[in-house]
Ligand binder design. Structure first.
Ligand SMILES: CC(C)(COP(=O)(O)OP(=O)(O)OC[C@H]1O[C@@H](n2cnc3c(N)ncnc32)[C@H](O)[C@@H]1OP(=O)(O)O)[C@@H](O)C(=O)NCCC(=O)NCCS
Length: 273
């Protein structure tokens, strides 16, 4: 093909460049920046950092991030490219978490026919709510999070903390936190996830867990996200039954954690002798 400044071929080439963004002009540079994934993203969830493995270009930076875990925290790195290679970089310090990742494609969501009248679901509002969250985490044997961190996170659009409140006495009986991956790191797969679903064992209401998951699903549908992920311990039968019934399916996504005292049971296969 002959290229000349005035001919048809030149016009076609210009058009091609315009469509594909092959010419790096200011406009295209801006478009590329808008679509670029943010680098080395780790969100402080209070109980530990949620590290997005796909935002790390090299495993060494990810190892650094994991080994610099704060004391008494449980960081988790997920969506890691080649988790086996990551482990090989520091096998004495890291392990593959025995949790499974489940995904729900949000276009499949159908609203419930009926909603419980025993409780309502709402967004976290204040410190008392953050304290109520920690009360439920404690009762469920989960890691607590500083109330300040919960409140700071709720002020961002990346996080959303929902609570279930019993109608009869206003008691908080369940909690869930959602994370918008698009806002967190410009996720090219347009995903979202939820963490720390927990229901007070003395809730005296049925369907709290299911309703909280639905609320987060509806939150991310409204944002235009494509899917909702979660991570669940491989042997958490009760939670897995719930997720299966709701249409979540397992995906080949693995998480890595740091070997430390609080994670001991997860990599040694049982309690301390
Ligand atoms: C898992 C958990 C969130 C479920 O919440 P919940 O309010 O009890 O669940 P729901 O009442 O919404 O029940 C939904 C489904 O779970 C299943 N389920 C509930 N209780 C169950 C039980 N005792 N045994 C087996 N399955 C059970 C049922 O299939 C139920 O569906 P159905 O109503 O059609 O029968 C709750 O048990 C919990 O907080 N567990 C501790 C923390 C935890 O493990 N969180 C999950 C982290 S990934």
């Amino acid at each position: 093909m002959q290229l000349n400044s005035k001919g048809k071929s030149s016009h076609r080439l210009e058009r091609y460049n315009e469509l594909t963004g092959a010419v790096i002009n200011d406009q295209n540079r801006q478009k590329m920046a808008d679509s670029e994934i943010k680098k080395n993203v780790a969100l402080d969830c209070g109980w530990g950092k949620l590290i997005f493995g796909q935002t790390f270009d090299d495993h060494d930076a990810l190892v650094d991030q994991l080994i610099n875990e704060r004391k008494s925290c449980r960081d988790i790195a997920i969506y890691i490219r080649d988790h086996h290679v990551l482990i090989s970089k520091a096998p004495e310090l890291l392990f593959v978490d025995p949790s499974d990742t489940y995904r729900f494609w949000l276009h499949l969501y159908r609203p419930p026919k009926r909603r419980s009248r025993a409780f309502t679901v709402r967004l976290l509002q204040d410190r008392r709510d953050a304290e109520a969250i920690n009360r439920i985490y404690r009762k469920c044997g989960m890691f607590e999070a500083p109330e300040d961190t919960i409140l700071e996170n709720q002020r961002t659009r990346i996080f959303c903390y929902y609570l279930a409140e019993r109608v009869s006495d206003g008691e908080v009986i369940g909690t869930i936190s959602g994370i918008d991956h698009k806002l967190a790191f410009n996720d090219p797969t347009n995903g979202s996830s939820f963490w720390c679903l927990s229901v007070d064992p003395d809730a005296q209401a049925k369907g709290v867990g299911r309703t909280l998951v639905r609320e987060v699903a509806e939150h991310f549908i409204a944002r235009g996200r494509d899917y909702l992920d979660l991570s669940v311990m491989h042997d958490n039968r009760r939670a897995k039954i719930l997720y299966h019934k709701m249409g979540f399916r397992q995906v080949p996504v693995y998480a890595v954690k740091r070997k430390n005292e609080v994670n001991r049971e997860l990599y040694l296969g049982g309690p301390k002798p």
